[in-house]
Structure formats: structure tokens, C-alpha cells
Design a protein around this ligand. Structure first.
Ligand code: SF4
Length: 294
């Protein structure tokens, strides 16, 4: 499963099991963050953002107390992208744990390092999100232990100091995580008879462009739709059990009445970007978006 040259420690085959990570800890806590997403990242004027903003500069809608002055009208004001974004809890982790609760306003010299740490921590927290799911979805004890080991490496990095975090090879770690997620996906989907020769629909494949397609009559369970384009696809009433949605683009996908409660590797930003209703079933730790409509 893993490259023999992996620089990260291999899990012994049998070790005491570790409790699964509570993904509620990966939910954003904006009250304890120095608005890092509104400063560290840049954005380009588009359907998602009404203006251009350079990375490393505060958004003009940001108040001195790190709140957003247009929070209640973001979509109406052309800032849909802000309602979709999710930091996986990296904002409060960097603000409070790595930088001790001292903001970039109080200590401007820390600004650059804090923003770099946030970008790295966000990637790592997203990996934690997937690893938590991999650990509990797999029936392979070796894969489960591998998830625990990778998780501990990440938790050590984001729980240490900024220099340690920034010295981590995030891309190398990402490659390790990706391998594990693919193996767990294959294992879970296989139980739905949707791999190899039993694959039911050749259109349903990784990186497929299914934008705008009506998929309501397709049998989707167990499909591998990793990194696929499902922009405005019609999935109303569909059963997406064991469908691998890792990195799938769900912008404006129609999810009314769809069952995603057992989909694989679904994230909050994907749901924030899609359209659902009260009948849409989600995993327990993914919340229905607070906004209504597209
Ligand atoms: S519009 Fe509000 S939420 Fe979006 S980047 Fe600016 S301050 Fe942050």
C-alpha cells in the first residue's frame, strides 16, 4: 500500500486501537481566530468574490475585531466564496495554539509566519478530516493503524511550534495520505460491487466531467467520482452511499432529497457550495449550510 521509501514510520501490524478523531474539533471557531482566511489568502474578482484581494492583506470588509462587516449579506454582496470556505479548524489552531493568542495586529512582525503557518495547517487539518473517516470506514487493521500513524504525525506538527510546522514536507505527507485514502476507498466501494469488472457505469469514473448531467436514474452506490466535476449536476433523490467524492466539485449540484450520509470523503465546503434541502441526508459531522439557495 505504501511506498517502501516512505520517510514516515510504518505502523506495526497489531497495536492497541486508538480512538477515532472527533471531527467536531475540525470545525471552524471564528471567535478564536484572527480572521486568517480573510487575510492570508488572496482572491480574484469572479462569481465568488466581488473584488480582487492580494494574499497577505486584510479584506476591506474586515472589522478591527476580526469580524466581517457584511457577514449577514455575503451572498447578496457577491462574496459567495466566503460562505463556501472552511478552514477545518486551522484558524483557531494557528491563532491560539501556535501563536499563543497574539494576533498579527498586535505583533505585525509575526504576520508573514502566521499566514504561512495557516496555509500549511489548513492543508494538514483537511488531511486529518479524511484520515478520521478512513480510520473508521476501513475493516483492514493495517490501514486503520496507518491512519492513526499519519494522524499522529500531523497532530504533532500542528500542535508544536510554527517553525516545526513550516519545516514539514506537506506535499510528501499529502502523497502518503492520498495513497491510504485510495486504498480505503477501493476497499469500501468493493463491498458495493462497483470496482473492476463489476463497475456499472463507464461514465462514473475519477475526474469525469459530469457538469450539468442528470444523474437521477444512475446507480451511483460505490462509484469512484474522485476529483470529478459535478457542477450543477442533478443528483436529486440519489443514493450516494460509498461514492468516493474526494475533491469532487459539487458547486451548485442539486442534492435535494439525496442521501450522502455514507458518501466517502465528503467535506463541509463541498456541501456549502451545493444546493440541498431539509430532505438531504448528510454525515453526522457535516452541517447543513446556513444559507438558502444558490
Ligand atoms: S467578505 Fe467578510 S468573510 Fe469574506 S474575506 Fe472579507 S471579511 Fe472575510
Amino acid at each position: 500500500m505504501l511506498k517502501p521509501s516512505s520517510p514516515y514510520p510504518q505502523a506495526p501490524y497489531k497495536t492497541p486501537s486508538s480512538p477515532a478523531l472527533d471531527r467536531q474539533a475540525l470545525r471552524p471557531d471564528c471567535a478564536n481566530c484572527f480572521a486568517l482566511c480573510c487575510t492570508a489568502f488572496g482572491f480574484t474578482r469572479s462569481a465568488d468574490f466581488a473584488v480582487d484581494k492580494d494574499a497577505g492583506t486584510p479584506c476591506t470588509n474586515l472589522a478591527a475585531d476580526f469580524s466581517c462587516t457584511i457577514h449577514h449579506s455575503l451572498r447578496a454582496r457577491g462574496f459567495k466564496g466566503c460562505t463556501v470556505f472552511d478552514c477545518f479548524g486551522a484558524g483557531q489552531r494557528v491563532s491560539q495554539d501556535l501563536f499563543g493568542g497574539e494576533s498579527w495586529l498586535e505583533r505585525p512582525a509575526s504576520k508573514e509566519k502566521m499566514f504561512s503557518a495557516f496555509k500549511a495547517a489548513r492543508q494538514l487539518h483537511e488531511m486529518l478530516w479524511y484520515l478520521a473517516e478512513a480510520q473508521v470506514r476501513t475493516f483492514d487493521p493495517e490501514a486503520s493503524q496507518r491512519a492513526v500513524v499519519l494522524r499522529s504525525i500531523i497532530e504533532k506538527a500542528v500542535g508544536g511550534d510554527p517553525d516545526g510546522l513550516l519545516s514539514l514536507d506537506v506535499q510528501e505527507l499529502h502523497a502518503e495520505v492520498r495513497l491510504l485514502l485510495m486504498a480505503v476507498s477501493e476497499e469500501v466501494r468493493a463491498s458495493y460491487f462497483a470496482t473492476g469488472d463489476d463497475h456499472l457505469d463507464p461514465d462514473l469514473r475519477p475526474r469525469a466531467d459530469l457538469s450539468g448531467k442528470d444523474l437521477r436514474s444512475r446507480r451511483l452506490c460505490g462509484a469512484d467520482l474522485r476529483s470529478s466535476y459535478l457542477i450543477a449536476a442533478d443528483l436529486r433523490g440519489s443514493d450516494l452511499t460509498a461514492v468516493d467524492l474526494l475533491g469532487a466539485d459539487l458547486r451548485n449540484a442539486r442534492l435535494e432529497g439525496a442521501d450522502l450520509s455514507r458518501a466517502l470523503f465528503l467535506t463541509q465546503p463541498q456541501i456549502n457550495a451545493a444546493q440541498g434541502d431539509l430532505r438531504t441526508l448528510l454525515p453526522a459531522d457535516v452541517a447543513a449550510p446556513s444559507h438558502r439557495g444558490p
